[in-house]
Design a protein around this ligand. Structure first.
Ligand code: ADP
Length: 494
């Protein structure tokens, strides 16, 4: 009988369940989108009950399919949108408020008030003082829902990121737990001693009693309670989405860089077993913890990647499909002269200019949709180049880039990326790295895999793109980009 692992991938726009076999191949999958709630300018919420109902629904669907096909599912791995914050009543299990999503900026003023603590916060957490992370979101809920803080002080309230909430519900309140990767995104977790930090809790006004127990990524997170799913299954692996993708890409060794090109781009570089404080404004975060040993990562985020292509398609409508960007880009030479700085939602790492705005340079009367497509794809590669430079400045050499996400279906993009970053680009056969990572973690805990070496043998590289560009042409491209970037930052300052 085939053995299967159920991976739950609770993302920002949809919830998915995939059953993988021991070889890491997806056997059955189901996906459901859910509502994005925008109650105010800059606010983003999810309905916790919808997160829960879509989770149950996709899990039931794939478990039924597995059962019909004679696949024996033996455990669960969970991966989730990170930082998104939930607070619920420990007795009734009812959320006190909607989930406040990572993108939500409502707590910007709380961060501004705490400004003098920002360096100390970075020194303990590896993060920045920013509304993005969970801590200010927890405090906001406790201070804006009537009676919430008093209840929390009495120990009657639980906080969790989405993984913790799902585990609480799946185990009917038996487990209030998270893993180190999710804990490391809250701003109240000290990544140096790998514990919740009393001082941070005090600064952010987060009662220690609301926080879950923190476990390794492969651990005993509890067993699903009777009747919740068709089977009672151990929850054995948990990691936040970007970290799960690092594991799914088998980025277990120092120097491995995973870069996901979806709507935005998130690059995680495995820096080994010691946290590396960034001098280049990258985040220092937990990569994964296995058998009590943590691998740390440097993280760089580019706010828009595939979203640039969406803008070409749906915004200014110069292409019909995302795929059409490839032949258009291929139709031009390197010296076409147009540069797009895609700061549609500001600039992320290493600039951190949330209020910068996009610009396009070098247009003539000949400028066509091909230039727009080419410039949109090139920009993502230039931004990745800048992240790698920042990582190298922090002292870690990148050996290769493991890519995934919808955008890397574009071969031209992958080749130009290799040309800009000057290391091999490896694209896996299975693009579901995030869900696969959660399955690998569960498989390690359940003894399906003896160790990470066994998991690493399953790494299936579909294509490798090797740098081939002429050095002078590359320098000219990067110079044009740098000039355009500088001009955009200058415009932002005026
Ligand atoms: P997410 O998980 O963030 O929803 P996906 O990983 O599914 O994103 O990737 C979708 C993104 O990839 C879209 O923004 C789309 O514009 C882009 N994309 C998809 N196919 C291509 C392609 N062939 N070339 C360039 N961009 C593409």
């Amino acid at each position: 009988m085939t053995t299967g692992i159920l991976s739950i991938d609770q993302g920002t726009t949809s919830t998915r369940a995939i059953v993988f076999n021991k070889q890491g191949q997806p056997l059955f999958s189901a996906q459901q989108e859910f509502t994005q709630i925008y109650p105010n300018n800059g606010w983003v919420e999810h309905d916790p009950e919808e997160i829960w109902s879509t989770t149950l629904s996709v899990c039931h669907e794939v478990l039924d399919k597995a059962q019909s096909a004679g696949v024996k599912v033996v455990g669960i791995g969970i991966t989730n949108q990170r930082e998104t914050t939930l607070v619920w009543d420990k007795v009734t299990g009812k959320p006190l408020y909607n989930a406040i999503v990572w993108q939500d900026r409502r707590t910007a003023s709380i961060c501004a008030q705490m400004h003098e603590k920002s360096e100390e916060i970075t020194a303990k957490t590896g993060l920045l003082l920013d509304p993005y992370f969970s801590a200010t979101k927890i405090a906001w809920i406790l201070d804006h829902v009537e009676g919430a803080r008093a209840k929390a002080e009495k120990g009657e309230v639980a906080f969790g990121t989405i993984d913790t909430f799902l585990i609480w519900r799946l185990t009917k309140g038996q487990s209030h737990v998270t893993d180190t990767t999710n804990a490391s995104r809250t701003n109240v977790f000290n990544i140096y001693d790998m514990q919740w930090d009393d001082e941070l809790c005090e600064w952010f006004n987060v009662p220690r009693s609301v926080l879950p127990e923190v476990l390794d990524c492969a651990a005993d997170f509890g067993v699903t309670a009777a009747g919740v799913l068709p089977l009672e299954l151990p929850i054995a692996g948990v990691a936040g989405d970007q970290q799960a993708a690092l594991v799914g890409q088998c980025g277990f060794d120092k120097g491995a860089l995973k870069s996901t090109y979806g709507t935005g781009c998130f690059a995680l570089l495995n820096t080994g077993t010691k946290p590396l404080a960034s001098r280049s404004r990258l985040l220092t975060t937990v990569g994964f913890t296995l058998n009590g040993q943590t691998h740390y990562a440097l993280e760089g985020s580019i706010f828009t990647a595939g979203a640039n292509v969406q803008w070409l398609r749906d915004g200014i409508q110069v292409i019909d499909t995302a795929r059409a960007s490839q032949p258009l880009a291929e139709s031009l030479d390197y010296d076409h002269g147009v540069v797009l700085v895609p700061a549609f939602a500001g600039l992320g790492a290493p600039h951190w200019k949330p209020n910068a705005r996009a610009a396009i340079y070098g247009m003539t009367r000949d400028t066509s949709n091909a230039h727009f497509a080419r410039a949109a794809l090139e920009a993502v590669c230039y931004q990745t180049h800048d992240l790698l430079v920042a990582m190298q400045q922090d002292g870690v050499a990148v050996s290769s880039v493991l890519v995934d996400g919808g955008m890397v279906a574009n071969n031209w993009l992958c080749q130009f990326l290799a040309d800009m970053v000057q290391v091999d680009i490896q694209r896996p056969t299975n693009m579901e790295s995030t869900a696969l990572g959660a399955a690998f973690l569960a498989g390690l805990q359940l003894g399906i895999y003896a160790d990470v070496e066994e998991v690493a043998q399953l790494k299936a590289i579909g294509s490798v793109f090797t740098p081939t560009i002429d050095t002078d042409i590359r320098s000219a491209c990067l110079q044009r980009w740098e000039a355009a970037l500088k001009s955009t930052l200058m415009f932002h300052e005026c």
